[in-house]
Structure formats: structure tokens, C-alpha cells
Design a protein around this ligand. Structure first.
Ligand code: HEM
Length: 261
């Protein structure tokens, strides 16, 4: 019997099960809370793996980076599948408790923002908010080069012609798409046998970016399914705003060089 208690004590399962406190009696609310919390935890799992990948790149260990990226990708697929559970709720069931959210919105998720920062999406507005608000993990993240910055610095050390300003910029500053970086990926994909490690790293990075966009696209579909054209609790105009965000691509040159391949 002691062992059974140890499971609860070790992982603090009793506290974990205290964390879902529906504010209504509506059937869907508990499930909504559970999926939101599960996704939050998985955001953190992905961030942790991206951080390990980044550290491996700093040490010129692309194989170590790929192992961490593969693990991140597995978690990302689970994140996408979480939407399946959310879709078990019908729009009328959501309407029945939506008012209890007040202005709560995923846009306020600091774990999601940290993940975007780790990937390299650091637009000035989000950076300013991160320095102004009270979540220290965001400022810690912004003090580090992003995963993409780390990948480009690794390529530069391998002798690829990555422009110096991509490698030397201050960490919180967002990498802007650069045609010279596109040339680097083109060179690698035109001769994948010679540049085997770099090519495999690129494929692993692209898979992470692809899964991230997949999550965003599926979130948008769920939002349309639940809200139609209603505005969001976070103050945006809802699906229309998210549709614009869906156009964004992480690791931009890794997508654009393909036109020239
Ligand atoms: C019924 C389910 C959901 C609906 C209808 C919904 C709706 C929305 C809407 C309309 C926005 C735009 C911002 C706003 O005005 O609120 C948004 C943003 C966001 N939502 Fe959801 N959401 C749902 C579930 C979730 C869940 C379960 C998560 C994961 C924890 C999540 C994470 C996010 C994130 C991270 C953003 C910000 C995206 C960005 O800044 O690029 N959402 N959501």
C-alpha cells in the first residue's frame, strides 16, 4: 500500500487533480479545462526538448540536436491530436459555459509564447510585453539565441556562408528572412550527400516547424467550429486574426528556398 501512496506523493497527483475547478455545471467545461491544461504541459515538454536541441547545436552535436527534435515532434503530434478531444464538444455546449471564461484566452499563455520565442518568432510587440509582464521564464528565453539562431551559428562554424549579422545579433532580436541564408539551404539540398549532417538537421527542423503550423491550422478549424465568426475572449476578431497568424512560418528560408530547388 505504501507504494500506491508513493505514486501520489512523487508526482503530486492529489494536487494535480485539485487544479480543475469548473465555474459552471455545463457538461463540457471539465473536459475543456483538462485539455487546456494538458496542452499547456505539452508546450513545456516541447520547449524542454527544443532547449536540449539548441544546447546540442551550441556544442556542434547535430546528432544530439536531431534526437531532441525528434522527441519534440512526437509531442507535437500529440498536441495536434488533442484537438480531436476538444471536438467532442458541440458549439452549443461551448456556448453554455463560455461566459465563465471572462477575458481568459490562450493568447495569454506564457508557455506558448516561450515556445514561440524558442523557435525564433520574436516580434517586437511580444518581446515588449514579455519584458513588461511578470513571467520571468519569458525573459530567460529571450536572453538566449533561438533554436534557429543556434542552427545558423552551427552552419556558420561548419563553413557555410551564413551572413555575420544573423549570427552576431542580440538574442532577443528576431531573425529576419535573408536571401543569403536561403542560398545556404539551397546549397545543402542540392548536394545532400556531401552535406549529410546539415541536410538531416534541416529535415528535423522543418518537421518541428511543420508540426507547429499543423497545430495552428487545427486550432483555427476548432475555433471556426466553436465560434464561427465571433470575436475571441482575448479581444481579437477570432478566426480572422488566427487565419493571418497561420500564414507565419518558423525558420522562413527553410520554406522559401524550395522554390529554387
Ligand atoms: C473551444 C476551444 C477554443 C477556442 C474557441 C479558442 C479560441 C481562440 C481565439 C479566438 C484566439 C484568438 C485570441 C482571442 O481573441 O482570444 C485564440 C488564441 C489562442 N489559443 Fe485558443 N481557443 C480554444 C482552445 C485553446 C486551447 C485548448 C489552447 C491550448 C492551451 C489554446 C491556445 C491558444 C493560443 C496559444 C492562442 C494564441 C495564439 C497566438 O498568439 O498566436 N486555445 N484561441
Amino acid at each position: 500500500m505504501t507504494q500506491a501512496h508513493e505514486y501520489v506523493t512523487y508526482a503530486r497527483m492529489d494536487e494535480l487533480h485539485e487544479l480543475q475547478q469548473p465555474r459552471s455545471n455545463a457538461r463540457g467545461e471539465l473536459n475543456f479545462l483538462l485539455i487546456s491544461q494538458v496542452q499547456e504541459l505539452l508546450f513545456r515538454a516541447v520547449s524542454d526538448d527544443l532547449d536540449q536541441a539548441r544546447q546540442a547545436l551550441h556544442k556542434d552535436d547535430p546528432a544530439g540536436a536531431r534526437t531532441a527534435l525528434r522527441r519534440a515532434t512526437r509531442t507535437q503530434r500529440v498536441l495536434v491530436t488533442c484537438w480531436e478531444v476538444m471536438n467532442g464538444m458541440s458549439a452549443d455546449e461551448f456556448v453554455a459555459f463560455r461566459h465563465v471564461l471572462n477575458d481568459a484566452s490562450g493568447v495569454q499563455s506564457f508557455a506558448y509564447r516561450a515556445l514561440e520565442f524558442a523557435m525564433g518568432n520574436r516580434p517586437p510587440g511580444h518581446v515588449q510585453s514579455a519584458y513588461a509582464d511578470s513571467y520571468p521564464s519569458l525573459r530567460v528565453e529571450l536572453s538566449k539565441p533561438s533554436l534557429y539562431d543556434a542552427a545558423l551559428a552551427y552552419l556558420a562554424r561548419q563553413g557555410f556562408a551564413v551572413p555575420a549579422d544573423c549570427v552576431e545579433k542580440v538574442p532577443w532580436q528576431q531573425h529576419e528572412a535573408d536571401p543569403l541564408v536561403e542560398d545556404v539551404w539551397l546549397e545543402i539540398y542540392r548536394d545532400p550527400h556531401t552535406y549529410r549532417e546539415a541536410h538531416r538537421l534541416a529535415e528535423s527542423l522543418l518537421e518541428v516547424a511543420y508540426q507547429f503550423s499543423h497545430w495552428r491550422a487545427t486550432h483555427l478549424l476548432v475555433v471556426e467550429r466553436m465560434l464561427g465568426g465571433k470575436s475571441g475572449t482575448g479581444g481579437s476578431d477570432g478566426a480572422a486574426w488566427l487565419r493571418e497568424i497561420n500564414e507565419h512560418r518558423f525558420f522562413p528560408e527553410l520554406w522559401t528556398f524550395r522554390t529554387r530547388l
